[in-house]
Write a protein that binds this ligand. Structure first.
Ligand SMILES: Nc1nc2c(ncn2[C@@H]2O[C@H](COP(=O)(O)OP(=O)(O)OP(=O)(O)O)[C@@H](O)[C@H]2O)c(=O)[nH]1
Ligand SMILES: [Mg+2]
Length: 451
């Protein structure tokens, strides 16, 4: 539940640091500043001050910044105390602010207030969080792009266009068919096509954001001894995984976060998958089961076929499917010269010499680029479905596709009208607006029926 009042929190990360910031927002922010810093807050000017605890003893000293509403992040009066970092000083200043009348802020409360004050949209609030969470420069760039407004409001625009279209169809259904311009139905169909295109684009960028925010799982798969752990180490740039010529060395999976062309990637080394009968050891069997699950849910599976093993041996590892992209490669390619039949021109990689490792990274980056186009997998805990509105966009895309497939007969407008209503109803809760009220407003503003 939302609570009013003046809130305070340490805005910087805990731990040893030169500076910490305590942020206070709300109607009593300036009063809190006067009590804690004993100086008058002056918007637009940083003031040096001594910060005092409730009993008058010193808490720290530093800078006081003040922002008068509405020219602040939250749209309210805001003050910021800049004090020394570390375990003690920020805590003391925060306690002093609370003793002076503020209360501890809840998670995301400053940004929620910024949203409620109309300072930022929900999309922008999401991109604030994305920027903070960004693990790679590419992820940060995507969040900043949203800031600048380019990726902003896609859902709202989609909703407005859908409402307008829906209103026009409803209106057309009210008047005689003879009264409609001859090209009316084709023009409606064109606009539905444009809407479907926008919905697809919005879904694409939602998916890209989800991949950038949550990272993409790239799983190394293949039979025992294929060189998965060696390749894992080569890609991760450190010898994390144990490499040995004993088949079944890797039992549990090992993961490392790496940056591939700006994509935050969770690289996973798995236990080699072989016939469970061949793996008598129950620990290895469990490892194989886990590998299969990881491969199924990965964005990318890299399947290794060792150059030194005959094909029959590797095919025994059985079919397994990755919901995303599977990249097949020849591993340990240094063991077998290219001229000696490398199965069907697959990319050749050697963890030992480093040959082909750069090319493999490029293939992974390309696969992630196109993963943003994939349809979300509802059952697989797909990250995109945690993106605001993405689940709705999936059904919006489906409804629009249905609409585009309609035959242009006398019933066309009735069915298209139903589809558009479904689209509006799906999008309405995401745009924080009431569909029917908007519908009526759109009808009145766009049409003059002469009554
Ligand atoms: N020549 C050569 N040998 C390699 C290469 N990669 C791995 N090996 C060797 O192949 C053997 C198996 O390597 P691992 O990386 O442990 O294989 P794995 O696929 O992880 O095997 P499991 O964990 O048992 O499933 C080791 O003896 C490695 O030294 C390579 O690129 N070239
Ligand atoms: Mg291994």
């Amino acid at each position: 539940m939302l609570e009013a009042g003046t809130i305070a929190a340490v805005a910087t990360a805990p731990g040893r640091a030169g500076v910490a910031v305590i942020r206070v927002s709300g109607p009593d922010a300036f009063a809190v500043a006067r009590k804690v810093a004993s100086v008058e807050p002056e918007p637009g000017r940083a003031r040096f001050a001594r910060f005092r605890r409730a009993d008058g003893s010193p808490a720290d000293e530093g800078l006081l910044l003040a922002f008068k509403e509405p020219a602040s992040y939250t749209g309210e009066d805001v003050v910021e105390f800049q004090c020394h970092g570390g375990a003690v000083a920020p805590r003391r200043v925060l306690e002093a602010a609370i003793a002076a009348g503020a209360r501890l802020a809840g998670p995301g409360e400053f940004t929620r207030r910024a949203f409620l004050a109309g300072k930022i949209s929900l999309d922008k609030a999401q991109s604030v969080i994305d920027l903070i969470d960004a693990m790679t420069p590419r992820a940060a760039d995507a969040a900043l792009k949203d800031f600048a407004g380019r990726g902003n409001g896609a859902l709202d625009r989609l909703y407005r266009d859908a409402i307008a279209l829906s209103a026009e169809i409803e209106h057309a259904l009210d008047i005689d068919e003879g009264g409609l311009p001859r090209d009316f139905v084709p023009s409606i169909r064109l606009r539905i096509r444009a809407l479907a295109e926008s919905a697809r684009r919005a879904l694409h960028s939602a998916r890209e954001r989800a991949l950038l925010r949550e990272g993409a799982a790239v799983v190394l798969a293949g039979p025992p001894n294929a060189g998965k752990s060696a390749l894992f180490n080569a890609l991760a740039g450190s010898s994390r995984a144990i490499v040995s010529d004993v088949p079944g060395t890797t039992r549990d999976f090992i993961e490392a976060w790496i940056d591939i062309d700006g994509w935050p990637v969770r690289l996973v080394d798995t236990a080699g998958v072989r016939d469970c009968a061949a793996a008598a050891d129950p620990v290895e069997r469990e490892g194989i089961e886990r590998s299969k699950r990881l491969i199924e849910n990965a964005e990318v599976a890299v399947e290794l076929r060792p150059a030194d093993a005959p094909d029959e041996e590797t095919s025994g590892s059985g079919p397994r499917s990755c919901a995303g992209t599977t990249i097949r490669i020849i591993s340990k390619c240094d063991l077998c010269p290219e001229s000696r039949g490398s199965a069907g021109g697959l990319p050749r990689v050697s963890a030992a010499t480093g040959e082909g490792v750069g090319e493999l990274k490029k293939l992974i980056a390309d696969a992630l680029e196109s993963a943003a186009d994939a349809v979300p997998r509802a059952g697989a805990g797909d990250a995109v479905l945690r993106e605001r509105g993405a689940a709705a966009l999936v059904s919006v895309c489906a409804a629009l596709e249905e609409s585009l497939a309609l035959p242009e007969d006398e019933e066309y407008l009735v069915f298209a009208g139903n589809d558009m209503r479904r689209v509006c109803e799906t999008l309405a809760p995401l745009t924080d607006s009431n569909w029917t009220a908007d519908m009526i407003a759109a009808l009145f503003s766009r049409f003059c029926v002469g009554k």
